[in-house]
Design a protein around this ligand. Structure first.
Ligand SMILES: [Zn+2]
Length: 621
């Protein structure tokens, strides 16, 4: 947190950066999840249906060459909000990292300057537990709980809901300076089928565009638009088959690293300008602060983009623009990838390094190192100098609980990471594992469709080889468990746990098998271990509550379900279980309020409705 900054307040009251318009200023950050630059009309895509986003581009600046810092959601958003590259902000992977509290965010600076700050999120992967809520006085992240185990990361809200809730918040803050972040998730896989000829991915982007249009109209109606600084950026793109990648996260090629970036600030940015200088999403935070007349924190690695339109052509020193992905290691035990842009050259550090001249080779087809057309050693040296200069975050972003546990917890989270970061040289290069990746994608798809027989068939070879393929084994275990084939499921989990004893995904799988087999004492022990490893995960407490309840230990079950609600106040199943316990104990008032709470979170929740009807009947009789 940052102490209140008086000079900054004075700047605010004189309306710095928003000259010529009445009323307090507003800064609105729109992040488009998974949106490729080349799928927007403003970036030249003919089939686009993005009139509102294109309109923002026409009303301000379009950056033709913006790079995300990572092809995954949390690391990229953390860079947008901090102005830091992932090695310095620490939130380097989805699901098992969080932004350390000591890192200063653009939000905290706006908040210190007297702005009301609100964020409206569309996906679980950005929920408050991952630390991006710092500085927001309202962090709107209530996602519905989907019971299907494979869909956890996909819990999402529609763009329409995000806009509606953001507008309600703005209305409640009328007359106050605003910093508001809206996140839209539609273009993220899985794409909803599209009835028209449009590619389903384009249809998802079009849905976001419609919601953006609604937001802009509402800002106009409220007289806000003309004093709003508006930035639109994607957190990363989408492979769509480029270089063999369908979605994002595995590689750092342009399909996922190149992002759209639009910036509109009335009376400040000339309308309709295009800026070709390579920029990074770390530049967004210092730019927004600059435009608002606020000072960026010391140590910010981005630069204000203002000189690019206010003093174009002026000499700017060339700089390296960094990006990375840790997903290959966490997800598949393959090598991390990292790299940098330097001018229009792009270097990728991998077990087999790559260099591309994007100006003549935008599709990254010719690795100049392979062709002998560039000196690899000097690039490696330059890259090592760059990363050597990155300050470490004030505390590790990997979700860990205390120093003792932290050391053991390379594997905490949803993937497999038994190896230390510096061991990556021994790991396979993701680009050499293309066939495996395609197979994994088919396995994931079968699992999403709950085609358990399909999963078992697809993973059969991975279990037969001399060395077990952990990824296939995990999915095979889940498939067996879902088919109630508990013995082979448990055997697979135990084999994997010998390799990765502290992997929470494996332990959750084992606990659920134990529960389903009626081994409630054993399940309780496994949940206790899970709570030790990750006390912030609501399912660890809820599972413990379920096991206690099955053993008739009502008080323990109650405490566990309450703990699940502390970890996640929107955990509908825990509200429901507690409501039932209350009703059984005769506390109808408390039961009613718990079921009503469910309907506030999820209005179409049938069980809660039925329970409320039963309660009404019971209390009448
Ligand atoms: Zn994303």
């Amino acid at each position: 947190m940052r102490p209140f900054d008086l000079p900054v307040l004075a700047a605010l009251m004189t309306g710095c950066g928003n000259a010529g318009s009445g009323g307090p200023p507003a800064t609105i950050l729109i992040t488009l999840d998974t949106t490729r630059a080349d799928r927007l009309g403003a970036y030249g895509y003919r089939a686009a249906r993005t009139p509102h986003l294109d309109g923002i581009a026409a009303d301000g600046a379009l950056f033709t060459d913006a790079s995300a810092t990572a092809p995954t959601t949390l690391p990229s958003h953390a860079s947008i909000l901090t102005g830091l590259f992932p090695p310095s902000h620490g939130a380097r992977n989805n699901g098992n990292h969080r932004l350390p509290d000591e890192v200063e965010t653009v939000t905290e600076i706006f908040a210190s300057a007297g702005y009301s700050t609100g964020a409206f999120l569309a996906a679980e992967v950005l929920s408050a537990r991952y630390g991006l809520d710092q500085g927001f006085d309202h962090y709107d992240d209530d996602f519905l709980h989907d019971a299907r185990p494979f869909l956890d990361a996909y819990r999402e809200r529609s763009a329409e809901t995000v806009v509606r809730r953001a507008l309600a918040w703005m209305d409640s803050r009328r007359g106050e300076p605003l910093f508001c972040w809206l996140h839209f998730f539609e273009p993220h896989f899985p794409y909803h089928p599209s009835s028209e000829k449009t590619h389903p991915y384009d249809a998802e982007i079009a849905r976001v565009d419609t919601a953006v249009g609604r937001l802009l109209d509402a800002l106009e109606d409220r007289g806000l638009y003309d004093r709003t600084t508006l930035v639109v950026v994607a957190d990363h793109g989408e492979g769509l088959g480029d270089k063999g990648e369908d979605t994002h996260g595995l590689f750092v090629y342009q399909a996922t690293i190149h992002v759209p970036l639009l910036l509109r600030a009335p009376d400040e940015i000339p309308r309709g300008i295009r800026i070709d200088v390579p920029v990074s999403t770390v530049d967004i935070a210092p730019t927004l602060l600059d435009l608002a007349g606020l000072v960026a924190p010391a140590g910010v690695q981005g630069r204000s983009l203002r000189p690019l339109w206010s003093a174009p052509g002026e000499e700017r020193s060339e700089r390296a623009i960094y990006f990375e992905t840790l997903l290959p290691r966490y997800e598949y035990m393959w090598s991390n990838l990292a790299g940098m842009r330097f001018g229009t050259d792009k270097f990728i550090s991998a077990p087999t390094d790559e260099l591309y001249r994007l100006q003549s080779d935008p599709g990254e087809r010719t690795n100049l190192f392979a062709e002998g057309g560039a000196a690899r050693a000097s690039w490696v040296k330059r890259f090592e100098a760059l990363i050597g200069d990155f300050p470490a975050p004030p505390s590790p972003g990997e979700m860990a609980l205390d120093a003792a546990t932290r050391d053991k917890l390379a594997a905490l989270g949803y993937g497999f990471a038994p190896l230390a970061l510096d061991a990556q040289a021994q790991l396979p290069d993701p680009k050499d594992r293309h066939a495996d990746h395609l197979l994994y994608r088919r396995i994931q798809k079968a699992a999403r469709n709950e085609d358990w027989q399909g999963v078992i068939e697809l993973t059969a070879n991975g279990l037969r080889g001399k060395t077990l393929d952990p990824y296939q084994a995990l999915f095979a275990a889940r498939a067996r468990a879902n088919r109630k084939e508990y013995e082979p499921a448990e055997a697979l989990y135990r084999t994997l746990l010998r390799l990765f004893p502290e992997n929470t995904a494996l332990l959750r799988g084992l606990a659920s098998v134990q529960f389903d087999r009626g081994q409630f004492e054993l399940a309780l022990q496994t949940y206790a271990r899970l709570i030790e490893l990750d006390p912030l995960h609501p399912q660890h407490h809820a599972g413990s509550g379920d096991a206690s309840m099955s053993l008739g230990r009502t008080a323990e079950a109650r405490a566990a379900w309450e703990a699940a609600l502390v970890a996640d106040p929107y955990f509908v199943k825990a509200w429901n279980n507690l409501g039932i316990l209350d009703a059984k104990g005769g506390d109808f008032e408390s039961a009613r309020s718990r079921f009503e709470r469910i309907l506030a979170i999820q209005p179409d929740h049938e069980t809660a409705r039925a329970n409320l009807r039963l309660l009404a009947k019971d209390t009448r009789e």
